[in-house]
Design a protein around this ligand. Structure first.
Ligand SMILES: [Zn+2]
Length: 318
């Protein structure tokens, strides 16, 4: 039987726990947040689906953190999809404040001149064709009172699907057997993750999971089709898959599209550019215009604001 607590459909992620053994899971569905993260871009369908899958995966992985944290998935390769990035962040502990939303944003760069680009538009493409010879970097910034801890794991994009690559990552880098199912349609993305609970986090009285139990749960999780994952409410998916097991479902955590860009951060990025180049643009155009690639917010810097940036940049350097 599956106990449900305030399950919501759309733009939320829900963690769940198996009562019998040390397994945890999460199920996500993104509607508005996915559409908003696309930021009005007209991506070819297979690429848009991959952006949706990456966002769903970032939210599933982000739901595990007990601290404020930011997680990004970033792939760079030599295919028509030169770069893909999906990011989730949460400012507060999810354990203490279930209503603190996960914020998501995403970006993909598509090379229309790439020799494979036309094929992709017409016939769709495999992950390997989209992201040829790519590496996938998983970066976690864990924000604690004592400071920000950052770590990064890298896996080759050598599986047929993004979920397959992430399963390899959990298996090799974190030694956490994980099953992930991801799906995306034109307006919606969804995902399901089931994972062994690390020994350090396992509650007293919960049995370590035996390999045949794991195989059964893994098989059940993989039996959900993309259509079902996108079309059914989270509680229906969990009931359909795990009704013979006892599951505790945590309160839903909302997911919203939100960009972390700001005039201050954009100004800091500007200070990394050669000052001669900045002077030359300023004398030609009278201002420097920077657009955020994630949300299209526009930041303008004139002579006076560049001088202020220079002054505070020099003050922090010396
Ligand atoms: Zn932005």
């Amino acid at each position: 039987m599956t106990k449900t607590a305030g399950i919501q459909a759309g733009d939320s992620v829900q963690r769940f726990y198996f009562s019998e053994f040390a397994l945890r899971g999460a199920i996500v569905r993104l509607d508005n947040s996915f559409v908003e993260a696309l930021n009005g871009r007209d991506y070819p369908a297979p690429m848009q689906a991959l952006v949706g899958e990456a966002l769903a995966a970032a939210v599933l992985m982000g739901s595990n953190f007990k601290h404020a944290a930011r997680l990004s998935l970033q792939a760079r390769g030599n295919g028509p999809l030169g770069m893909l990035m999906a990011e989730s962040s949460c400012e507060k502990s999810t354990a203490g404040d279930a209503h603190s939303a996960q914020k998501v944003r995403a970006l993909a760069r598509f090379d229309t001149q790439h020799e494979q680009a036309k094929n992709l538009q017409q016939h769709g493409a495999s992950l390997a064709a989209l992201l040829a010879d790519a590496q996938l970097a998983i970066t976690v910034e864990s924000i604690k009172d004592s400071g920000t801890e950052r770590y990064q794991g890298i896996v080759a994009v050598d599986a047929a699907t993004l979920s397959g690559c992430l399963e390899h990552y959990f298996d090799r880098s974190e030694q956490l057997p994980t099953t992930m199912v991801l799906a995306a349609g034109p307006q919606c993305a969804a995902g399901l993750m089931v994972q062994k609970i690390p020994d350090s986090d396992s509650a007293d009285g919960v049995h370590a999971v035996r390999s045949n139990d794991w195989r059964e749960i893994e098989m059940l999780a993989r039996s959900i089709s993309p259509q079902e994952l996108l079309g059914l409410a989270p509680e229906q998916v969990l009931h359909r898959l795990f009704h013979q097991h006892s599951c505790r479902v945590a309160q839903a955590q909302p997911v919203v599209f939100s960009c972390t860009c700001s005039a201050e951060r954009t100004g800091q990025a500007l200070m990394q550019i050669d000052p001669r180049e900045i002077s030359s643009i300023l004398s030609e155009d009278g201002e420097i215009v920077m657009d955020c690639e994630f949300c299209s917010a526009r930041y303008r810097f004139d002579h006076a604001s560049i001088e202020r940036l220079n002054a505070s940049h020099n003050a922090t350097r010396h």
